[in-house]
Design a protein around this ligand. Structure first.
Ligand SMILES: *Cc1c(COP(=O)(O)O)cnc(C)c1O
Length: 453
């Protein structure tokens, strides 16, 4: 830029009074537009020593201002199209929720609500009341409580019931779930003392008995291996047996189910995941699980079990710090209603995906190929994912498109609106219809056409 150019850089005042700026102000508000113009002019002045830099004209400057404003104001958290076939994709927000659940969340957020108000009595109520009856009816538990997430649920249980006391857990269950959530560290946080028994691959009932006989144990914990499997020379006593000796000694048995399901997963050709009802029947005094894994609801931590224990949890100071918010409570309640009405498999997206019949998936891929005029149909696998059913796969059909540089196309796909997240398999990009929601299919196809154009 020449010296003469430098003196020609327009002022903020000149730029802000242009018609284009009026339009930007109506879209983004005056303070943000002024800030964007200031920053851009600053950047231009930074090129004062650069002989190759050409001073942009005011319309070009304002175009760049607009781009800045769009970048600053674009939502950072927005929907994506999950074509990976991983149903509970932790990085993509775990379970999408049902229409009824999302409507319930919106409605309760837009107005005042009965969050902590008892309509019958006309006075203060409890935020714990909303899903308690539903959970009790669904699981047969004496009582229930909902907190912010399952990690918080476990932390609360250990803090309230086992602080400065020994918690017995098998070495086969000293798990890390991800995001730094490790059972030994959660124990430390809660003030409980970890008492490990057994070996990495095996634990016997006798190990439990011996520890209970010899040490002042406060609580016995079982944690579900949500994201890995032990295969080969391995064994654990069943929960009924552990419950028996735990209760004989007058101790509390807690089962962290992780995912927690009300529906038997074996009916879909998957391994049987212990249901919440089964965990209670086996003798767990408290069972905790997530709201947004196999339950298919919003983020929440659910605790069901003995009333005496849950009353204690509700009164603990930590409960206030990890309470669930009203939108999540409304969404969870609507989700639980699907289970009560025995319509979960047809209304909750993740169960629709898990139970999707392969012929219909095959048809969808064929239809895509017709529309796109490219790609081929291949066999593949979908995964349940998200800390449930490790290694379990569901047979599926994929749209497979051969490309020269998969990473380049994958990036293009991520730049679409909404972004498409797919999988690379060899030198192909594959798309699994199972996890693409009906209302996203039109956008998916038009974005695919753009990305491959
Ligand atoms: C997923 C999981 C958790 C954590 O649950 P969040 O709802 O993600 O907090 C805890 N324990 C087990 C066994 C899990 O699988």
């Amino acid at each position: 830029m020449t010296k003469a150019d430098f003196s020609k850089i327009p002022s903020v005042d000149v730029l802000i009074s242009s018609p284009k700026s009026s339009k930007l102000i109506s879209m983004f508000g005056r303070p943000l537009v002024v800030e964007a113009i200031r920053q851009l002019l600053e950047e231009i002045r930074g090129h004062v020593e650069d002989p190759n830099f050409q001073l942009p004209t005011p319309p070009i400057i304002l175009k760049q201002v607009e781009q800045k404003l769009e970048k600053w104001t674009s939502a950072k958290l927005h929907p994506v199209i999950n074509a990976t076939g991983v149903i509970l994709h932790t990085n993509l927000g775990r379970s999408p929720i049902s229409k009824a659940a999302s409507e319930a969340m919106a409605v309760v957020s837009q107005s005042y609500s009965t969050l902590e108000y008892d309509i019958q009595k006309g006075k203060r109520g409890s935020r714990y009341s909303h899903s308690e009856d539903q959970l009790v009816r669904l699981t047969g538990a004496e009582s229930a409580m909902v907190v912010n997430n399952n990690a918080a649920a476990l932390l609360l249980i250990l803090s309230a019931l086992a602080r400065r006391r020994r918690v017995l857990i098998s070495r086969t269950q000293l798990i890390e779930i991800g995001g730094g959530f490790r059972i030994p560290e959660v124990m430390k946080q809660s003030g409980a003392i970890l008492e490990e028994i057994g070996s990495t691959n095996k634990v016997h009932l006798n190990d439990y008995q011996k520890a209970i006989d010899e040490l002042p144990i406060g609580l016995v914990l079982r944690a579900h291996r949500s994201n890995f499997k032990i295969i080969g020379f391995s064994a654990e006593p069943n929960m009924k047996e552990i419950a028996e000796i735990t209760h004989q000694a007058g101790l509390i048995l807690v089962d962290d189910l992780g995912s927690g399901t009300f529906i038997d997963t074996a009916q879909f050709g998957l391994e049987h995941e212990t249901t919440v009802q089964e965990a209670l029947e086996a003798g767990a005094d408290l069972v905790c699980f997530s709201g947004d894994k196999l339950l298919g609801g919003p983020q929440a931590g659910i605790i069901v079990g003995k009333k005496k224990l849950i009353d204690k949890l509700k009164k603990h100071p930590m409960a206030r710090a990890i309470r669930a918010d009203k939108a999540a409570l409304a969404g969870l309640s609507a989700t639980l209603l699907h289970y009560l009405k025995d319509e979960a498999k047809s209304t909750i997206p993740i169960w629709q995906m898990i139970s999707m019949d392969v012929d219909s998936i095959n048809k969808r891929v064929r239809n895509w190929i017709k529309v796109l005029k490219t790609g081929e149909l291949i066999e593949g696998d979908s995964a349940v994912g998200g800390g449930s059913l490790p290694g379990e796969l569901l047979p599926t059909y994929l749209l497979s498109i051969k490309v020269e540089k998969p990473e380049k196309i994958m990036k293009k796909l991520r730049q679409q609106e909404p972004p498409i997240i797919a999988r690379v398999q060899d030198d192909r990009i594959v798309f699994d219809p199972r996890t693409i929601l009906d209302h996203q299919e039109k956008d998916f196809l038009s974005s695919l056409q753009k990305a491959f154009a």
